[in-house]
Design a protein around this ligand. Sequence first.
Ligand SMILES: O=C(CO)COP(=O)(O)O
Length: 129
Amino acid sequence: MKIALIAHDKKKVDMINFTVAYTSILEKHTLFATGTTGLKIQEATGLDVERFQSGPLGGDQQIGAKIANNEMDLVIFFRDPLTAQPHEPDITALMRLCDVYQIPLVTNLGGAEVMIRALDKGLFEWRNV
Ligand SMILES: O=C(CO)COP(=O)(O)O
């Protein structure tokens, strides 16, 4: 599956801990990330991650384009709900495209814990239908 990993600055530690804990599952998939998130994941886990621009510089929109082209199966996006983001419209647009194209989206660690287990159990096979 093609998975996008994104984390706002105050959620990057969560993302690193998550990807370290689940490296053995994530390494079986094709990973994408916004710029800084991807770099930190690569440094912490050694996972192969295709990196886009940093979020404020268009990274969310690049991932949105992948969704619009049916080239993304899951978005794990650890959002910071307590800090205003300069690129809020891009974030909203990315989440909107997930809804337009029925792409599973989780926006916090609790959702990601469930989703990664579902992924490992093969519950994403419907995406191949
Ligand atoms: O801002 C982001 C998502 O909206 C994340 O961007 P970075 O991974 O480059 O920090």
